[in-house]
Design a protein around this ligand. Sequence first.
Ligand SMILES: Cc1ncc(COP(=O)(O)O)c(C=O)c1O
Length: 401
Amino acid sequence: MLKITQIYTTPFAAGTPKPLPALLPTYAPFPFLLAKGHGDQVLDDQGKPFWDFYGGHCVCSTGHCHPKVVAAIARQAGELIFYSTAGSVAVRDKAAEALLSFAQSEAKLGLGSVFFCNSGAEANENALKVAVLMTGRTRFAAFEGGWHGRTLLALSVTDDPKITQGLEPLLAPCERLAWDDLAALDAYDFTQVAAVILEPIQSMSGIRTASPAFFQKLQAKAQAAGTLLIFDEVQTGMGRLGHPYAASRYNIQPDLITSAKGLASGVPMGALLISEPIARCLKPGDLGSTFGGSPLACAALLATLEVIQGEGLMDRALAAEAELRKGLSGTCVSSVRGEGLLLGLQIPGGAAKLKQHLYSKRILVGGSSHPEVLRLMPPLNLSPLAVAALLEAVTTFPSGD
Ligand SMILES: Cc1ncc(COP(=O)(O)O)c(C=O)c1O
């Protein structure tokens, strides 16, 4: 990328420059206009449906426009769209209580309080900041292949050269440890480290899981060194693994859990779930966010939790996973990684052609930074029809092309 000094000293190329789009390009979008969403489908502007195994990037936990979520948002919008935490609002307190109780509905996690913010990166920024506040240390540890967001501190603990290049040296010193490697954990001295952060299942790098022994050892090592353990559950939380959070699934009590994506069914929201001893140390003013915990987002979160629990979405996610695993065995997919509805399909020789084939069958899936792995992160109430459509499309994929 040209540096600003070079831009100002380089004369314009001859001719008229191409007009700029008003909206700064970020991703390469799907080649159609999205108009509507309903359940596990989105519709283009011609009314043609696509099965959405991408979920707006792992966001639409309850499906698109679930009627209970829509009604809750509409009700709250008619009462009070916004007030910052300078004013107490009942729906915000209720949402915090409901989230803590959901997170600990399967296993005791020792959580005390929730801080609401607006995104996954903001939740991670605040988690890392709390770790510095609590330890007085400024170094971090993270894992090879880990992905934690695009803000500068979150990038410091992220291992993805595509988004960190040009930004080195990153804001904070961070050691990257080998993933799921017990010997590397044993050899590492955590005593100067404020926090160690990880995705319990690494998503972007191709749905990489780790062994229960790895989580146990990491927790023990961090505790012994006075290093905070941060579970980045931006993707793995909110029931996606068939359990409230991966922490309960793996029986780990992190000091901090970050959550976002599916929290409020698509209304922007992030959350930092804080263990009781740490929550007791934080005082007003340590953390804050104007929009964090807006009444509108809190109403959407409450409705999302009601749907996940009331409609058995965690069990449905596990049932859909089982159907997908059964149907994909013996196809061009050599292995299915992950858990619940955070799945990676490994396609030897490359995933891009299968992704294109699925698109031609009107099925949206996600890529990953692993060239052989496609990701599925659909709504948790994925229908049997959607599962059947995906299996049919994979089975008819002319692999070897
Ligand atoms: C594991 C993980 N952490 C953090 C983030 C950042 O979340 P956001 O884009 O909401 O800032 C992401 C986003 O994809 C993520 O997958």
